[in-house]
Design a protein around this ligand. Sequence first.
Ligand code: IMP
Ligand code: MG
Length: 179
Amino acid sequence: MHKDIKEEWFDEYQIQYAVKDLGRAISKDYTGKNLLLVGILKGCFVFMADLIRAINIPCAVDFMSVSSYDSGTESGGAVRILKDLDSPLENYDVLIVEDILDSGNTLNYVKDILSRRNPKSLKICTMFNKPSRRQVDIQADYVGYEIADEFIVGYGLDYSERYRNLPYVGVLKSEVYSK
Ligand code: IMP
Ligand code: MG
């Protein structure tokens, strides 16, 4: 295990088990539809790569990148689009793909922005969900694992842009934050 990791929460097999389950459910629910997976960068890229290979129906993929306005206030965290989607959404059943749903502020804004582009349908898939942290009323339609309120890294999730490459998910040692 990496020296900065205090505890492993999900190993590669547990992650793949959940991803396969999600892929199966999505394939079933979207049969006959025009599925577009919209990944929210950067955290989603590892999960997205596995998820599309667990989906056995035709699907398109696109990405967008957003950043929260760093106002330093409890403004509700409006987001700014750093990289937008390549194409319009009118013909698609859109499934937003996120690494983790935390306060819900990011996805709340992204969902709002995308719904105004009139997709045929709009749902959310997140690998990890921290329901206890929610600040806005938003729910994911597909969830890999529900987790407790701790900061996790690995499998695409970062702390200061590090640890995304860990193939498992774990909690950092507290001294890492004080460095
Ligand atoms: P939200 O807007 O508070 O829901 O935050 C969502 C974003 O915060 C995610 O896409 C992650 O980039 C980041 N985030 C939230 N919790 C964690 C965590 O435990 N580990 C790593 N990143 C996190
Ligand atoms: Mg992040």
